[in-house]
Design a protein around this ligand. Structure first.
Ligand SMILES: [Zn+2]
Length: 219
């Protein structure tokens, strides 16, 4: 059967049968991991690197064939970092993703309008990670062509995503464990339970989405 893909995790661990995309937080460590990874300056830490420093570090990562995506980056109105600084750092990473031809992993909390306005000008694949939006929000985001990375939230029987996932095209779904210790298998099982899809079909679909995501950038 096809491998699982854990599209976004902060834990450096490997597991047989799982393709893991480790997320490197650039304010903590600018080194280049020896496995598939994404790298970005998180909005919570947008004040920890200067624009020039971040740009230089991203260029360094751009030469690694293990780099799958930039991010997570984005907007978070619940954290204390000024929103203008978050926007500047977000746009810097979007611009860099265009140059490096990489998808962007987006963290968005209570800033959907602003996020949609900023990303309107970018024609690169973008993934909303740890996605847990309402039906209405999901329908709007689907029209804009985002990928949705579903995390352990879906294990909560009352999660919004458990209901909204039916509005997401199967071709836009990815799965992740993020900071949690839950297994990627449990996230897959919950997601495919809501979608009423057999395990082999779901595993194959996620692989296809992952491959397409990376190809869209090369085109
Ligand atoms: Zn994360």
């Amino acid at each position: 059967m096809d491998n699982y893909i854990n599209f976004h995790t902060h834990k450096l661990s490997t597991q047989d049968g799982v393709i893991t995309v480790y997320n490197q937080l650039l304010h903590e460590d600018a080194g280049i991991p020896k496995q598939l990874y994404s790298a970005g300056l998180h909005p919570w830490h947008a004040d920890k690197l200067s624009a020039a420093e971040l740009s230089r570090i991203l260029d360094l990562h751009g030469s690694s064939s293990n780099l799958v995506a930039l991010g997570e980056t984005g907007l978070d109105k619940v954290c204390k970092i000024p929103i203008q600084l978050q926007q500047d750092i977000f746009e810097l990473q979007l611009n860099k993703a265009v140059i490096l031809r990489k998808p962007v992993i987006i963290h968005c909390v209570k800033a959907w309008e602003e996020m949609l306005e900023i990303t309107r000008h970018y024609h690169i694949p973008m993934i909303l990670h740890g996605y847990n939006g309402s039906d209405q929000l999901t329908a709007n985001l689907v029209k804009r062509g985002f990928f949705f990375s579903i995390g352990p939230m879906i294990l909560n029987p009352n999660s919004k995503i458990g209901h909204a996932i039916q509005f997401i095209p199967l071709s836009s779904v990815l799965c992740e464990t993020d900071e949690s210790d839950q297994s990627i298998q449990s996230v897959y099982n919950a997601a495919r339970g809501y979608l009423k899809i057999k395990e082999p079909d779901f595993r194959r679909t996620i692989i296809e989405n992952f491959v397409r995501l990376r190809k869209e950038c090369e085109a």
